[in-house]
Design a binder for this molecule. Structure first.
Ligand code: ZN
Length: 499
């Protein structure tokens, strides 16, 4: 059996001013054919799971194209058209196929298609026809649509956040695909969209109401005849009509059971809606609490929710840095954080290791993420910004490139790690180990994220504080002006009904 694998993977924050063009994909990750195996066969990603599925279920996996870039603004029409044209050409040239495995995100928005993932599935279906099964994996943050469902035989979404299960889900998707090709099963799927959002600070799956939701999904999966069940948590920073929570159940040729179970999951989540909203700590209280924490050899980790790089943050917010200076936090190893600032890095590189510089750092992208902060500091180290994380972390990435990077110790005793690329947040401690820093030895660590840094920082944190900072990924949803979301939608419209 010959199975094509393709992925055009993006989580789109439509509130971000920086559009995502073709070069953004090329400069981050744009892989074809054998390059995909080189980067993913030993990673912990969806593609890695497809390679493992090929071994387990004995099929020939033909990786065609996989591209991905960090969460940024709306994908340009040009990027969408060029990338999908190449995907389609490869599918046509290298076929025929027994099946297709797609590795999509589910919250991608292009200028021409608000439901970009649905359109990718539609284009693929158009090439291979209705007799060739197509199975698609999605991120847990997907805004799942009927178009995605109509153009696939089955969809399987991640079930953990941080996303530690892409490999398992991809193997599950491979299993469904192969059994479908062999005629052993006939998947049918039912989607129920719930008129609500889950606030970003309530999206971790290891505790709280989201754990209850995942437990419900796992309960459904155990039932005979159920092939898969997924919750799309939704990605609230994509201003599109289909933004929100959804449930999808895939059964073996029993649409009534799929319908019943998807509705059961949806109702149970709806009843928990008030517990799934923003309860994060104010910026001022976050710093005060962290400053007053005992110095025990494990840091207080403050999540900079408004600059969640994994959700489209700019990686250069200075709001919490300014607040720490204002409240007088100081002392050796009192604070550790990273900032995207190419100009500051260049100044430090020009001055050299061992020099002292006075520079402005951060807040270079837009007006939402604070003011550039004047610091005087000692240039401790300079690296090329490349590092590797061999253990499973959020999303299963292995190879990272943050561009030329500098470790700068300020006169307050803060360690600022400055990068020339935005990267994808603070999701691995290797980011700091690779420049000679052990985050465990700091009093306060600021992470630009909400959930994705947890796999890296929960093991060393004495406490994790969700900080209600301003920014393009703020937990305060009233700070965004939506034009396209559906109405009513809870909690925006308190009186929203769901029957
Ligand atoms: Zn996600």
């Amino acid at each position: 059996m010959r199975i094509a694998a393709l992925g055009f993977h993006h989580e789109t924050n439509t509130f971000q001013s920086v559009k995502t063009d073709y070069d953004a994909f090329v400069n981050y990750e744009f892989l074809r054919g054998a390059e995909i195996a080189e980067q993913h066969a030993t990673a912990n990603s969806t593609l890695s799971g497809y390679f493992q599925g090929a071994i387990k279920y004995e099929f020939e996996l033909v990786p065609l194209l996989f591209t991905f870039t960090g969460p940024t603004g709306t994908i340009t029409k040009n990027a969408f058209d060029r990338i999908t044209a190449e995907m389609i050409a490869l599918l046509e040239e290298k076929g025929p196929w027994d099946g297709v495995l797609l590795a999509q995100h589910g919250a991608a928005v292009s200028e021409n298609f608000p439901d970009m993932d649905g359109e990718v599935a539609n284009l693929v279906r158009g090439i291979v026809g209705s007799n060739v099964p197509v199975v698609m994996t999605l991120d847990l943050h997907s805004n799942i649509t009927q178009k995605q469902v109509t153009n696939t035989d089955a969809i399987v979404a991640f079930r953990t956040n941080p996303h530690l299960d892409p490999v398992e889900r991809a193997i599950e998707a491979s299993d469904i695909l192969i059994k479908t090709i062999k005629g052993e099963i006939k998947p049918v799927q039912r989607l129920v969209q719930v008129p609500m959002i889950i606030n970003i600070v309530k999206q971790p799956t290891s505790f709280g109401p989201m754990l209850d939701i995942v437990n419900d999904v796992n309960e459904v999966i155990k039932k005979p005849g159920v092939l898969s069940a997924s919750c799309g948590q939704g990605f609230p920073y994509a201003d599109v009509e289909h933004m929100g929570v959804s449930f999808l159940v895939v059964t073996d040729d029993d649409i009534e059971m799929a319908d019943h179970l998807a509705n059961w999951l949806a109702k149970r989540a709806w009843n928990r809606r008030s517990d799934l909203q923003n309860d994060s700590t104010s910026m001022e209280d976050s710093i005060t609490r962290a400053m007053n924490a005992p110095t025990t050899g494990s840091p207080t980790v403050i999540m900079d929710v408004g600059d969640n790089v994994g959700g489209g943050g700019t990686a250069d917010s200075t709001h919490l840095l300014a607040e720490a200076i204002k409240q007088g936090l100081k002392g050796e190893r009192s604070l550790l954080m990273s900032l995207f600032d190419s100009t500051a890095v260049q100044t430090c590189i020009d001055s050299g290791v061992g020099s002292t510089v006075s520079i402005k750092v951060g807040a270079g992208t837009d007006q939402l993420h604070g003011e550039p902060i004047e610091v005087t500091g000692y240039v401790r180290a300079i690296t090329d910004g490349r590092f590797e994380e061999p253990t499973p972390i959020h999303g299963g990435h292995r190879f990272f490139d943050y561009g030329p990077s500098v470790a700068l110790i300020t006169k307050e005793g803060y360690m600022l790690v400055l990068h020339t690329m935005r990267g994808i947040g603070n999701m691995t401690r290797q980011q700091y180990y690779s420049i000679g820093i052990d985050p465990q030895h700091y009093k306060v660590v600021i992470c630009k994220g909400t959930v994705s840094p947890r796999a890296a920082y929960e093991p060393i944190a004495r406490e994790i504080i969700m900080s209600n900072t301003p920014g393009v990924t703020s937990a305060d949803m009233s700070s965004f002006s939506y034009k396209h979301r559906r109405k009513p939608l809870y909690p925006f419209e308190e009186e929203t009904k769901f029957d």
